[in-house]
Design a protein around this ligand. Structure first.
Ligand code: NDP
Length: 453
């Protein structure tokens, strides 16, 4: 029998890689995980966690303002960016330690440095070679910025988390998750914020009512949202950046954040040499069991360039561990994956959008409500919450739930369980609401709306 140093060698200690390694070890496998940066990967270090902390920080401005409607007197206020970033860094360091402890307690060896795949069972690191029965590629993704004159002056989300000062004026380019989230963060913290998107309406792929409602809400707050535009040139004059747009107009900013997608971080990994097939974007091409075309090499998470979401990477990590070391091959179901955008206000969604349901030839009924949350009856804020259900007319099954409003992610998470159980509209209606909440609207919508053609 061939002897390997490890049963599993995971490359990348992000959310997916760590979970796969720990679960594999719990099944008795001898496991090592290689990491060249901090433990926890994108989510912990420069993604979900620090982003959510900054989102919390950015909401206080509105909360202080709203407090006046409830009788509070709030004195002068300002944001100490240095303190905010330092406190955020302290929490991230704590989490790095937690990840290290979790791996150590599970008996997973941590190998520090850059790993390169030499052949289907061998990884080279820091001048040493390690063999493994299976190699799991969990290297994640990296922000991608288009090349154009002056693009070197742009920053990405990686740098945004470590800016030395809060910029007075910010331009955000890109109309996806990261763009809308950072536009909300910078605006909420007091920066004059513009967001530019090349298409007619941002958040392509989301339900149109989410896209339209969020755009309205962001504009109400004073974010300079511009569609059908793009930056063609950036020039730097001392501390000021000048962005020239498609129409020739020039917008000044102190920072220009590009949030124009992320690409698999598979370069310099040696995968091609080991015979692993990659897509044009560099994604590892995997079968439904997350195995590449090389039998001993698996891949999970962002580096497969499918749903770039932490919980998906974690589920994939557990699936691989079960498939390889628990004799339980797992094939994940990617339908009805709930997701939230931590924009201001939040968006949450699960299941099919109205447009996707039509594309799949469903005859659908639409239920939609838009209302002023109770809290704002006292604050004077014009903020609206939107909730929407997409229902299959033939079976009465709820195909999609969509929301823009405070805590949308928290609310949609619960509804995702219902959708995954195949809940019907009648079952939603038979569910008694919790009063007074915004969420109760999801079980009290009775009037069909005139669906878009
Ligand atoms: P997205 O893919 O979500 O959005 C990229 C945006 O940039 C799109 O609006 C796209 O336009 C635009 N774009 C792409 N290329 C160019 C270009 N060359 N010039 C101008 N605009 C361009 O990427 P993000 O960077 O926002 O996020 C990456 C991934 O991270 C997301 O897909 C998501 O899965 C994950 N993520 C998840 C979060 C969450 O769960 N809350 C939070 C943050 C990230 P178009 O639509 O026209 O292609």
């Amino acid at each position: 029998m061939i002897h390997y140093d490890y049963d599993l060698l995971t490359i990348g200690a992000g959310s997916g890689g760590v979970r796969a390694s720990r679960v594999a070890a719990s099944f008795g496998a001898k496991v090592a995980v290689a990491e060249e940066k901090a433990l926890g990967g994108t989510c912990v270090n420069v993604g979900c966690i620090p982003k959510k902390l900054l989102v919390y920080a950015s909401h206080y401005g509105e909360d202080f303002r709203d407090a006046a409607g409830f009788g509070w007197t709030v004195g002068p206020r300002s944001v100490d960016w240095t303190k905010l970033i330092a406190n955020k860094d302290k929490e991230i360091q704590r989490l790095n330690g937690v990840y290290g402890k979790l791996l150590g307690d599970a008996g997973v060896e941590i190998l520090e440095g850059h790993a390169q795949v030499i052949d289907p069972h061998t990884v080279a690191m820091e001048g040493k070679r390690y063999t493994a029965k299976y190699i799991l590629v969990a290297v994640g993704s990296w922000p991608s910025v288009p090349k154009f004159p002056g693009s070197e002056h742009a920053i990405t989300s990686n740098e945004a988390f470590y800016l030395p000062v809060l910029p007075e004026k910010v331009i955000v380019v890109g109309g996806g998750y990261i763009g809308v989230e950072f536009a909300g963060i910078f605006h909420g913290l007091g920066a004059q914020t513009s967001q530019f998107y090349r298409g007619g309406l941002f958040l392509r792929g989301f339900d149109e009512d989410i896209r339209v409602t969020l755009a309205e809400e962001m504009r109400k707050r004073g974010i300079d949202l511009r569609f059908n535009t793009d930056v063609i040139k950036i020039e730097k004059f001392n501390q000021v950046l000048k962005a020239t747009l498609l129409d020739g107009s020039v917008v000044e900013a102190n920072e220009i954040l590009y949030a124009t997608g992320r690409v698999p971080k598979t370069r310099r990994l040696g995968l091609e040499k080991a015979g692993v097939e990659l897509s044009d974007s560099g994604a590892v091409i995997v079968d439904p069991y997350l195995r590449s075309n090389v039998d001993s090499i698996y891949a999970i998470g962002d580096c497969t360039d499918r749903l770039m979401l932490t919980p998906v990477a974690i589920a994939e990590g557990m699936a691989v561990a079960n498939t390889l070391f628990n004799n339980k091959p797992v094939r994940l179901d990617y339908e009805n994956v709930a997701t939230a955008i931590f924009s201001t206000p939040n968006c949450g969604t699960v299941g099919l959008s109205e447009e996707q349901a039509r594309l799949r030839n469903y005859e659908i009924d639409i239920y939609i409500t838009s209302f002023r949350p109770l809290r704002h009856t006292m604050t004077g804020s014009a903020e609206k919450t939107m909730m929407k259900l997409v229902v299959d007319r033939a079976t009465d099954q709820v195909l999609g739930c969509h929301m823009v409003g405070p805590d949308a992610g928290e609310i949609i998470q619960g509804l995702a369980v219902a959708l995954n159980c195949g809940a019907t509209k009648a079952q939603f209606d038979a569910t008694i609401g919790i009063h007074p909440t915004a969420a109760e609207e999801f079980v009290t919508m009775r009037t069909k709306s005139t669906a878009r053609a």
